[in-house]
Ligand binder design. Structure first.
Ligand code: NDP
Length: 445
């Protein structure tokens, strides 16, 4: 395989899909050597079959708002690869959703799920519908309309969706309800469900907690501890808030959080009471992070991400893709940042990644660091199959050992000659090899 040639061909065929091409480029350039050590991969044109999704569903979602007006959104499901298990990946509701973004997320998900050690393929779905500013009833009607179209394509052993940006417990509940009605079955077809109807303890916390567990493993490689470290987080949604919660429990200082309107800076660190306020503000009142600054009188940077404004030891981007560019990365490094652990998917641009690797700071790409969420989703599927539920402690312990195992795989495949652990390479090669072997064994499909 010549990675550049493959990427050029994908660019030619999918010219309007920059995020998808970006994700593919990051993986292909790091696995090229290993791929070429196995000539049979090329004979089976494995790389093209791995880059292009198995199938994509696209559909119109028509729904009626509270005033009786009819709206039409687009809905999608990208089933990327099921070589190692049923398709698995979240659903995103955000006005920016398009096929390029969902294809990049589904592609990433395939490698991430492979890293988790569990049997899950990769998928992603979503809609350009934004729950922001919508009433509960509008969100419910939208979720029902979305599933009325999608339900035929998913199932407990076929494709198991979950949450992502704009899709939390409320939306999963509405979608699961509609699925259950259409399919006339009560199975674990969604993960991130409510505890009362098959959800797993620790699932809401899993991505954020898992990211912190991964960070602890990285810090350990340099003999460092988390206590007292200043951490800049972006976002104030599911991943960000539970990352902050675990950091507070471990004695770190969370100095920033954000939303799509701006970021807050709290130099002494957010307290537990303030974090509770953010949790209520975002999940119950569905307010803006600006209101936190008004309530507690801290600095607020309208329209800005945290990276230029905060002095931090660690950055944990937990909002969205491409939220740290090269300038942000240089500012973080100049301000003393020693570690970046990604809660979001692909939050760093290629330029930013180059800066982190050049400076040889600890840098964990999302497909390794945020794999805790889908890991506990896998554990939720296991509990649903058994018709049992495990204790929070049991799930949390399993999560810790999965994150530690992912870290070990990154070290195994990513340690360079000078001892620097290149987690990008480690995660990509480890994730790729398992899927590749499974695809080879199953023939050309
Ligand atoms: P939420 O919807 O709960 O929170 C998203 C947060 O990011 C909100 O604070 C939101 O602000 C902010 N945000 C969203 N889009 C943008 C944007 N374009 N610019 C700036 N800020 C933005 O989502 P999650 O916490 O679930 O997801 C966050 C990230 O983590 C995503 O990249 C997701 O793919 C990834 N992820 C999530 C997992 C999960 O289990 N939920 C698992 C693995 C990865 P606002 O409130 O203004 O919209």
């Amino acid at each position: 395989m010549n990675a550049v040639a493959v990427i050029d061909e994908l660019k030619r065929r999918f010219p309007n899909e920059p995020e998808y091409i970006q994700a593919v480029e990051e993986v292909l350039t790091t696995i090229e050597d290993v791929y070429n050590e196995n000539p049979e991969f090329d004979r089976y044109n494995l790389i093209e079959r791995l880059c292009i999704p198995d199938r994509i569903f696209a559909f119109r979602v028509s729904w009626v708002d509270d005033k009786g007006k009819v709206h039409n959104n687009m809905g999608y499901r990208v089933q990327h690869n099921n070589a190692i298990g049923p398709y698995k990946g979240g659903i995103r509701f955000h006005s920016s959703v398009n096929l390029s973004i969902l294809k990049f997320l589904a592609f990433e998900q395939t490698f991430k799920n492979s890293l988790t050690t569990l049997a899950m393929g990769g998928a992603k779905g979503g809609s350009d519908f934004s729950p922001r500013g919508k009433s509960d009833m509008e969100v419910m009607r939208f979720c029902q309309a979305f599933i009325q179209e999608l339900w035929r394509q998913i199932g407990p052993d076929t494709d198991v969706p979950a949450g992502d940006i704009g899709v939390g417990g409320r939306e999963v509940g509405y979608m699961f309800g509609e699925y259950k009605k259409m399919a006339r079955e009560f199975t674990g077809t969604f993960t991130g469900k409510g505890i009362e109807f098959g959800g797993s303890l620790i699932r809401p916390e899993a991505t954020g907690y898992g990211n912190v567990y991964f960070l602890l493993e990285m810090l350990k490689t340099r003999g460092l501890d988390i206590e007292g470290k200043r951490v800049a987080i972006s976002g104030s949604g599911n991943v960000a808030t539970y990352t902050a919660q675990k950091l507070l429990q471990l004695g770190a200082k969370v100095v920033s959080m954000s939303d799509s309107d701006g970021s807050i800076y709290v130099p002494d660190g957010i307290t537990q009471e303030q974090l509770d306020y953010i949790f209520k503000l975002k999940n119950i009142y569905r307010g803006r992070i600006r209101e936190f600054a008004e309530e507690y009188g801290c600095q607020y940077f309208e329209g800005e991400r945290p990276w230029h404004h905060v002095a931090c030891d660690i950055a944990m981007p937990s909002a969205t893709q491409n939220e740290i560019d090269g300038d942000d990365a240089r500012a973080l490094i100049a301000n003393g940042c020693i570690a970046v652990s990604e809660g979001a998917n692909m939050p760093s641009t290629p330029d930013a990644i180059r800066e982190f690797l050049k400076a040889q700071i600890l840098y964990a790409p999302g497909k390794a660091a945020n794999a805790g969420g889908v890991s506990v989703s896998g554990l939720e599927m296991a509990q649903n199959s058994q018709k049992l539920s495990w204790s929070a402690e049991e799930v949390d312990n399993k999560l810790k050992s999965i994150m530690s195992e992912i870290h070990k795989q990154c070290v195994k495949y990513g340690t360079e000659k000078d001892g620097y652990i290149n987690y990008v390479r480690g995660a990509n090669v480890a994730g790729f090899m398992k899927v590749a072997r499974a695809m080879m064994a199953q023939g050309i499909l």
